[in-house]
Design a protein around this ligand. Structure first.
Ligand code: GDP
Length: 144
């Protein structure tokens, strides 16, 4: 059965330009519940570890430079079939290709500065949730 939790990160472009509130409102209107939230600035080693899967890609260096350029906001989101539902709500990596009404269509600047990250599988969602949040069982239990 698909999981009910996933991780989003509102990226530095969107936090810096004051779009975080609008993005959270859009996610909530898509039926996601915010179960945990932080604001932080990633250091280079953390960004490299988070995006380790991309370390051989040509865009790894600009991606980690961008992700460390300012504050970001990791969010633990809950909804049925959370991973697929969030991928659908954020839209394609390149905002030019993103469906109308998606986060990236509305708020992304470019393929790189694309406003939001979302986990791409249940296994990665659990890994990425643990990367940013260690007390999520407590937070979920408080709300159930
Ligand atoms: P996502 O799952 O839709 O975020 O896309 P990917 O996992 O393929 O890529 C991770 C992130 O790397 C994207 O969200 C972009 O911020 C960045 N990225 C992907 N492709 C490119 C590219 O061709 N050039 C640059 N500069 N950045 C890219």
């Amino acid at each position: 059965m698909p999981g009910t939790r996933t991780l989003a990160i509102i990226k530095p472009d969107a936090v810096g330009s004051g779009k975080a509130g609008k993005i959270i409102a859009l996610l909530e209107s898509n039926g996601f519940k915010v179960r945990a939230c932080r604001m932080l600035r990633l250091a280079q080693p953390q960004a490299g570890a988070f995006y380790e899967v991309h370390k051989e890609r040509p865009f790894f260096a600009p991606l980690t430079a961008f992700m460390t350029s300012g504050a970001c906001m990791p969010l633990l989101l809950e909804k049925d079939n959370a991973v697929l539902a969030l991928r659908d709500a954020i839209g394609a990596t390149d905002p030019k290709e993103a469906r109308d009404g998606t986060v990236r269509k509305l708020y992304a600047e470019s393929k790189e500065r694309n406003a939001i990250h979302a986990s791409d599988s249940d296994d990665n969602a659990e890994r990425e949730i643990r990367f940013f949040f260690s007390d999520v069982d407590l937070l979920s239990a408080m709300d159930s």
